[in-house]
Design a protein around this ligand. Structure first.
Ligand code: ADP
Length: 204
């Protein structure tokens, strides 16, 4: 099994790349998605979050009120740490479960937005960076994801720079072109990943 860390700045196209890798048969472990699953209504995680922060972080329908929780934790590092202490172990356990279900020939792709910021590269056999110029990301975030320009700029500024990310990359996917061009580049990377995996299993 080859374990791959996929990262890129917000709006670079990680989701676009992971969807294309999934179509080719990769097992995708998406930490943002898992972080939402582990605090879904009825979950052990949501019960723990409510025990810590109170019913004020619930919406009337019983789901987690993320903006309300955000107001609490982003104003207080100790509370953010308390939230992470609940959510991170659950995310790790669920990721391990998904990975454990993958077969020896599978390519397991972890979608990790803050891989570079949190220095997580060593956890993976290979790091793929989706690289897209800042002005293109900004434009996509505003036009396609409906963010305000200010919101997009501040989210981008809080992350690693393009140069820092590229320095951590084993493979780079340039997503400055059209979706069709991205298809072709992901196809090339898929072949490279398969070749890496074949080499690794020859060595094993
Ligand atoms: P990330 O997961 O890295 O934040 P996304 O994959 O969500 O980024 O991409 C950001 C936005 O740009 C999405 O709306 C996506 O559909 C769009 N997008 C991604 N790649 C391209 C592309 N090559 N051309 C045009 N739009 C794209």
């Amino acid at each position: 099994m080859l374990r791959i860390g996929l990262t890129g700045g917000i709006g670079a196209g990680k989701s676009a790349v992971s969807a294309r890798l999934a179509e080719r048969g990769a097992v995708i472990v998406d930490s943002d998605l898992i972080a939402r699953e582990v605090v879904a209504p009825g979950s052990e995680g949501l019960r723990a979050v409510v025990a810590e922060f109170g019913e004020q972080v619930l919406r009337p329908d019983g789901a987690l009120d993320r903006p309300a929780l955000g107001l609490v934790v982003f104003a207080d590092p100790a509370k953010l740490a308390a939230l992470n202490a609940i959510v991170h172990p659950l995310v790790r356990a669920r990721s391990a479960e998904l990975e454990g279900a993958a077969g020896p020939d599978d390519l397991v792709v972890h979608d990790v937005p803050l891989l570079v910021e949190n220095n997580l590269g060593p956890l993976y056999d290979l790091v793929i960076v989706v690289d897209t110029a800042d002005d293109v990301r900004l434009d996509r975030l505003v036009r396609r994801r409906g963010m305000t320009e200010e919101e997009a700029r501040s989210r981008m500024a809080a992350q690693a720079s393009r140069e820092q990310r590229l320095a951590a990359a084993d493979l780079v996917i340039d997503n400055g072109g059209t979706p069709e061009e991205l298809d072709a580049l992901v196809g090339e990377v898929w072949e490279q990943l398969k070749a890496h995996q074949a080499e690794a299993s020859d060595r094993a």
